[in-house]
Write a protein that binds this ligand. Structure first.
Ligand SMILES: CC(C)(COP(=O)(O)OP(=O)(O)OC[C@H]1O[C@@H](n2cnc3c(N)ncnc32)[C@H](O)[C@@H]1OP(=O)(O)O)[C@@H](O)C(=O)NCCC(=O)NCCS
Length: 159
């Protein structure tokens, strides 16, 4: 993949529709429609980033800057399967991290489920630590972070 084809740009309304309409491809068949509230585009659009290959969005990161702590939160990141392992995910994180730094954030956070081993490997590779205590599989998790009595992986990195 030639790097110059994969510039990071802000998510447009057209990109957002396309991401929604093809969301299952990005998530290996899982329907993650609950992730895509329109506030990501209209109220938090300056931290909604995409990478396109021609007219097609091949990767995206929807980020948010916390109003209660100096934390940047990576709400959703995904790369089409055909474009994976070309460092697009890493590139998006670097871009969001730089954005967060210029806005005074001291940490970046994200969450995933303990069975998303790919996401865990990816986030570890970009230097994110895992908060909490090890579960039965040895993966640090935080119980009750997102739902009562349910474990989630909570990633955190100091900027
Ligand atoms: C997780 C995801 C965003 C990674 O995107 P990506 O562009 O393929 O990742 P990168 O190419 O930047 O990978 C950087 C490093 O992360 C690690 N990594 C990424 N995918 C991995 C995998 N499937 N298995 C093991 N390690 C992996 C590797 O160390 C990789 O470096 P390497 O390719 O030189 O070995 C992508 O797999 C995806 O969209 N998954 C489905 C959606 C999802 O689960 N999102 C995360 C939700 S929290």
């Amino acid at each position: 993949m030639a790097d110059e084809r994969f510039a990071i740009t802000r998510c447009t309304a057209e990109d957002f529709y396309q991401i929604l309409e093809t969301r299952e491809e990005f998530w290996d068949g899982r329907d993650m429609r609950h992730l895509f509230h329109p506030f990501l585009l209209h109220q938090f659009g300056n931290s909604a980033f995409v990478i396109r290959d021609g007219g097609q969005v091949v990767a995206y990161l929807f980020g948010l800057l916390s109003q209660t702590e100096p934390v940047a939160y990576a709400h959703a990141i995904a790369v089409r399967p055909s474009a994976r392992r070309h460092k697009l995910g890493q590139k998006l994180y670097e871009h969001f991290t730089a954005f967060a730094g210029t806005h005074g954030c001291t940490h970046i956070k994200a969450i995933t489920s303990p069975d998303n081993l790919r996401s865990i490997a990816f986030h570890r590779s970009i230097g994110m630590g895992l908060l909490g205590e090890p579960n039965a599989d040895g993966i640090p998790v935080v119980r009750g972070y997102a739902r009562r009595d349910v474990d989630h992986v909570v990633f955190c990195k100091a900027l």
